[in-house]
Design a protein. Structure first.
Length: 318
């Protein structure tokens, strides 16, 4: 659709909110700053409420402005879905999908996903943002993401889970680590070694905090970071234990660089990985295509990680 169905003033409003100022938005849109300012003023007059706070160094949305921007973004998302539907009627899978995924997916799931889509659906373009489960949920409910792949999705009426699978709760260690040969491990045993933890922004850490708070006061040589890649590097170094899922460390497990050891403590619940959309807007054909390829990429990553583990048969201990 060469001409957007969403009005110019709403598109300008959205860009100013993203850019933080009219001048920056003008550069992004290649439109005169005066034209953008005029459209926003007209919109404010029409609605009878200020949409921005005019600050010395930019623009900040008011409560009313935030509500209007959220609506505008949903309309633009609906417009993309409409365009996809029209192209589907014409027999063409063409359009854009925005995916919100987890940081660990960047090395295990997303590269094969992009490759598979490029081969089978070259007319589908994909944007990927990485973050926490909370950020992914906020994005899909705000209309800034069409699809999310996230760990431990909480039950919400606003979110429709298209697919989900369980991941055993455990830890990863280097093959040289004393725990590497165990078939399972208790948290008490694991805490006897230096532990590398992910930050409280991630659901798995909040689960550990709630269920096993003692772990964080008694663990020897405890290290904490919001970088999964960093904590995995510590595990690869041979000293640290990292509590995580098989999917978080899928490439390293597949290559035999790390070993996954399940936690056997009573009540240690499995983690989950799920694919979800906004429940108020049924997924269009493009989103369904990407979701199907995403599910296949996750399943392949898990299969490869488990195949890598099976090549190194541990002794019957633990």
């Amino acid at each position: 659709m060469p001409q957007s169905l969403v009005s110019a003033n709403l598109r300008y409003l959205d860009q100013v909110a993203r850019s933080g100022s009219i001048q920056a938005a003008a550069k992004e849109l290649h439109v005169a700053a005066s034209a953008i300012n005029r459209q926003i003023l007209q919109l404010e007059e029409q609605l009878g409420a200020p949409l921005f706070e005019r600050l010395p160094r930019g623009m900040r949305l008011t409560v009313a402005g935030d509500a209007v921007v959220t609506l505008a973004r949903r309309w633009r998302q609906d417009e993309r879905r409409l365009e996809s539907e029209i192209r589907r009627y014409q027999g063409v899978h063409q359009g854009h999908v925005t995916l919100y995924a987890m940081d660990s997916h960047s090395t295990s799931v997303l590269p094969p996903l992009v490759a598979a889509l490029g081969e089978s659906h070259p007319l589908i373009s994909l944007s990927v943002n990485l973050g926490s489960t909370d950020e992914a949920l906020a994005a899909v409910m705000a209309g800034t993401a069409d699809l999310v792949a996230a760990f431990n999705l909480p039950p919400r009426r606003e979110v429709l889970v298209l697919w989900r699978t369980e991941l055993p709760f455990g830890c990863v260690v280097a093959p040289s680590h004393p725990l590497a040969g165990a078939r399972s491990v208790s948290l008490q045993e694991a805490a006897a070694y230096p532990v590398a933890l992910q930050s409280r922004a991630l659901a798995i850490r909040r689960y550990l905090d709630a269920q096993y708070g003692w772990l964080f006061t008694e663990a020897r040589g405890r290290f904490e970071s919001n970088s999964l890649q960093l904590v995995k590097q510590l595990a690869l170094g041979g000293r640290h234990v990292v509590f995580t899922s098989e999917l978080d460390a899928a490439p390293e497990l597949a290559a035999g660089l790390l070993r996954f050891v399940p936690v056997r403590d009573k009540g240690a619940e499995p983690q989950t990985i799920g694919i979800a959309v906004d429940a108020t807007r049924p997924p269009g054909p493009l989103v369904k295509v990407v979701a199907e390829h995403l599910q296949a990429a996750i399943e392949r990553a898990l299969a490869a990680s488990r195949e890598g583990a099976s090549r190194i048969a541990p002794p019957a201990s633990g």
